[in-house]
Design a protein around this ligand. Structure first.
Ligand code: ZN
Length: 187
């Protein structure tokens, strides 16, 4: 396993829609090693998820995990989940305002995410799954699948809420954490 460099906003690989992986490719040593490296890179950077194009591989694969995350201490835990060729759909019209950051973007800000979604994907063994997710966890899945489509949080963020991580900590964090804790408790 190896930590790979993470592409930063402005690099075209983040703006190029990734291509689907065949089951044969998925079982190859190269792709399995890529998945191991994505997991290690995500954990090393305290990310809640990482998409393959963030480590310069334009394949429709992402990894998600939240466990005592220092960058996002308010997020409910998500077990390690590798999603290959994922698609999602909203199960209703409800949306929530979430303040998101990204390993590829130096700023964070408020954006809208669907609250209840169904995600369909293959796992790293090629087995198909369909899962329903809600709240911040649903937002994390939407964030990673956005990456795979060549989209970034800045496309969705209300520009007047953009902040560095340092300024967010000082001026916005307490209000956001209070609001989102209520949302997590009620949802
Ligand atoms: Zn991201």
């Amino acid at each position: 396993m190896a930590i790979r460099p993470v592409a930063q906003i402005g690099h075209p690989v983040l703006r190029t829609p990734t291509r689907e992986v065949t089951v044969d490719e998925l079982s190859s040593e190269e792709v399995q090693a890529l998945i191991d490296d994505m997991i290690e890179t995500m954990r090393n950077a305290d990310g809640a998820g990482i998409a393959a194009n963030q480590v310069f591989e334009s394949l429709r694969i992402a990894a998600i995990e939240v466990a005592d995350n220092r960058r996002y201490p308010y997020k409910p835990p998500i077990p390690l989940t590798v999603i290959v060729n994922p698609t999602w759909r909203a199960l209703d019209e409800e949306t929530v305002t979430i303040n998101e950051g990204c390993l590829s973007v130096p700023l964070r800000g408020d954006l809208q995410r669907h609250v209840t979604i169904e995600v369909s994907f293959l796992d790293r063994e090629g087995i198909a799954h369909a899962e329903i997710h809600r709240g911040l966890t649903a937002g994390t899945f939407q964030h990673e699948i956005d990456h795979l489509d060549g989209n970034l949080i800045v496309d969705r963020i209300d520009p007047r809420t953009l902040a560095t991580w340092e300024q967010f900590e000082i001026h916005q964090r307490d209000d956001f954490v209070r609001r989102i804790a209520e949302f997590v408790r009620d949802s």
